[in-house]
Each structure stands twice: as structure tokens, then as C-alpha cells.
Design a protein around this ligand. Structure first.
Ligand code: SF4
Ligand code: SF4
Length: 208
């Protein structure tokens, strides 16, 4: 019977598989045993320069590159009173809609300043739509030692080209905010991230 050897070989594969090591990954119980590969495309991150200023210049190239229309960017001008990034513009509003994102990575390829990259974080499931629209504060990279929370000046004596050339390696004391008014964002009338509103501007000024 010509079919018999093939059938026997087929059962042979089944039989030998029974004795192989099980490769089932126990998730989430043993999630740390199976970390994503370094180049895995997970949640996005808006990066900072070494002194804490933001790399995003609000150019919207990432939004235009996105095939799923998942990114919303609104740029605004920096000023001497409220500087969030080196140069002229910064990203005032930045949203990524993870209900739409397909994690293709085209946005990070389009970014001219490497402001936008993707982390390995993949646990993005949620039980409602609103929490899957990430705002700028959800995407900004954490403050590291040596950084000062924006807004603040650039390192004295440098230009934005120096930042892009990697010549700025940290903050200097001269960049520390000079007072409450230096912490106050003139944009939207909101305090800068990580700061509370100045008393006068918030209507909480104590009478003397
Ligand atoms: S990874 Fe792709 S789909 Fe997601 S925001 Fe970027 S360009 Fe859009
Ligand atoms: S993340 Fe990059 S591409 Fe997108 S607005 Fe900011 S600088 Fe432009």
C-alpha cells in the first residue's frame, strides 16, 4: 500500500512532538522571562535633550506620515519667557490615538529630530476608548538626572544647531528657572509640567 509509509511518517511527526519541550509562554505570570526584542515597536516616546528641553519641534511630519491618521500635533512658538525646545517651535499639543495606531513605525522614520521613537512597552490594552488616546504628558520621556523641567532657556552660548550636533550634554545652573514667572507657561494659561501655578495667576494670592 503506497499510502501507508506517508501515513506512518505523519504519525511519526505527531509522536515525536509529544516528547519535545513545551514552548507555551505563560503570560502574564512569567512575562519577565520573555522580554520583547530590542527593536520591537511598542508605545511611542517623545524624547528630551540632555538638559531636559523637548526634541519635538511641532513640525507635524509624523502626523502626515501616519497611514492611520493616528497622530495629532499642534505646534507653537517658543519665546524667551517660555521655551520648551531649542529653536523656534515646539509641540504644544501632541496626541496618539492607540485605537488607530498599527505600530508600523512610519512616524518615527519621518521625525527629523529623533524626537519620536518607540519603546518596547506593549501592554496597552484598556477597557475604554478615552484612555487609549495618549496626550503629550503620557508620551514625554521621564526626567533624568541632570535635566531641568521645561520651560527654560537653552544652555547659554549655544544654538539649536549645537543641540542637533550633540554638543549639549546636560544642563547648567544658569538654566534654572529664575522665579515663579519663569515656571509659568504662557501657553493655554497652564503651568509647566511638574510645576504648580504661581499664586497671582491662579487667583490664590494671599493678602499681605
Ligand atoms: S506607528 Fe504607524 S500607525 Fe502608529 S502612529 Fe506611527 S505612523 Fe501612525
Ligand atoms: S515628533 Fe518629530 S515629526 Fe512629529 S512633530 Fe515632533 S519633531 Fe515633528
Amino acid at each position: 500500500m503506497p499510502e501507508l509509509p506517508a501515513a506512518v511518517r505523519g504519525f511519526g511527526v505527531t509522536f515525536s512532538t509529544m516528547f519535545k519541550k513545551v514552548v507555551t509562554e505563560q503570560y502574564p505570570e512569567q512575562a519577565d522571562r520573555f522580554p520583547p526584542k530590542p527593536r520591537f515597536h511598542g508605545r511611542h516616546q517623545l524624547n528630551r535633550w540632555a538638559d531636559g528641553l523637548e526634541k519635538c519641534i511641532g513640525c507635524e511630519l509624523c502626523a502626515w506620515a501616519c497611514p492611520a491618521d493616528a497622530i495629532l500635533v499642534e505646534g507653537a512658538n517658543n519665546s524667551d519667557e517660555a521655551r520648551f525646545s531649542p529653536g523656534e517651535r515646539y509641540g504644544r499639543v501632541y496626541q496618539i490615538n492607540y485605537l488607530r495606531c498599527i505600530f508600523c513605525g512610519l512616524c518615527i522614520e519621518a521625525c527629523p529630530t529623533r524626537a519620536l521613537t518607540m519603546t518596547n512597552e506593549f501592554e496597552l490594552a484598556d477597557d475604554n476608548r478615552a484612555d487609549l488616546i495618549f496626550e503629550k504628558q503620557d508620551l514625554l520621556a521621564p526626567m533624568l538626572p541632570g535635566m531641568i523641567p521645561p520651560p527654560h532657556e537653552m544652555v547659554p552660548g549655544t544654538t539649536e544647531q549645537d543641540y542637533y550636533a550633540g554638543k549639549v550634554t546636560g544642563s547648567v545652573p544658569a538654566q534654572e528657572p529664575r522665579g515663579d514667572e519663569a515656571l509659568w507657561s504662557i501657553v493655554d494659561g497652564m503651568p509647566a509640567p511638574g510645576h504648580t501655578a504661581p499664586a497671582a495667576a491662579s487667583g490664590q494670592e494671599e493678602s499681605s
